[in-house]
Design a protein. Structure first.
Length: 276
């Protein structure tokens, strides 16, 4: 029962979202993101989106002092966004991307990190909303300023390169690479330039795409348990991917399966695999 509650507290269907559109506390976040084109997500948002949705630009709401792509933002950057659109700790936040579980988990994790408790992902994402022929709009959400003070509630979530090197040497942590298997094995080139092929020493591969079925829905709890049953809840689990986006899908599932010793190597392969 606890596991069922954990899933329902972090996931919502298009059918159920449709029922609560327009509710005062609802804040819908559109975070469609495309590696090959940073402007495509916002372009598609302006074309049409779920009514009332606010666009979250992953590349802009990030740590601007870092040379690495879309690193976790500093507190003031994140709070500037939530205040601008009237999001506070009592808001019911619903996040979607284009396919359900790609970039949405990244934004879900950001809200969790900064202490927001009522955060859900739209199962199947915008694609399922479209297929269901539910209402769309193309007007942009107006600012509705609020004052929200955030406190980081997951202070141990982020691990940096120096700390990760220490963890590799101790072999006490589990390191999960969420990239496709061919990239993990170094059989194909990385999509970003100036990166070598391969993986982090002692890491194991669990491709983030394994968590959804062929329709883009999150797999059933029994299927998810089977994917992750080889990992111990007693050990720290460090997740990484190409640049810290899709690894958050693994973290999302681990979280709803009641793993709590979870970390994100935010620099991911964009930092580790950099050709010097």
């Amino acid at each position: 029962m606890a596991l069922i509650n954990s899933i329902s507290q972090n996931l919502i269907t298009s059918k159920n979202l449709k029922k609560i559109l327009g509710y005062k506390k609802i804040r819908i976040i559109d975070c469609r993101w495309y590696l090959e084109d940073k402007e495509k997500g916002y372009f598609l948002y302006k074309k049409n989106h779920i009514p009332g949705a606010i666009f979250f630009n992953i590349d802009k709401i990030s740590n601007k002092e870092s040379e690495l792509p879309h690193m976790f933002p500093k507190t003031d950057t994140f709070i500037e966004f939530v205040n601008k659109f009237g999001i506070n700790k009592s808001s019911e936040i619903i996040i979607y991307d284009q396919i359900g579980f790609f970039s949405s988990s990244r934004v879900w994790l950001l809200f969790k990190y900064f202490g927001f408790k009522r955060v859900k992902i739209l199962d199947g994402g915008f694609n399922i909303w479209l297929k269901s022929q539910y209402q769309l709009e193309n007007s942009q959400k107006k600012s509705r300023y609020s004052r929200c003070y955030s406190q980081i509630s997951m202070p141990n979530l982020i691990i940096n390169k120096i700390s990760l090197k220490k963890e590799i040497n101790t072999k006490k942590s589990i390191i999960i690479d969420a990239r496709p298997l061919a990239r993990f094995k170094g059989e194909v080139e990385e999509p970003r330039p100036n990166l070598k092929k391969g993986n982090i020493k002692n890491s194991v591969n669990t491709f983030f795409g394994l968590i959804t079925n062929n329709h883009g829905y999150l797999k059933k709890k029994d299927e998810l348990i089977k994917i992750f049953e080889r990992f111990s809840k007693k050990k720290d689990i460090i997740c990484y991917c190409g640049s810290g986006i899709t690894a958050c899908n693994i973290i999302y599932v681990l979280y709803i399966l009641n793993f709590r010793k979870i970390k994100l190597y935010d620099g991911s392969w964009a930092e580790w695999g950099k050709i010097k």
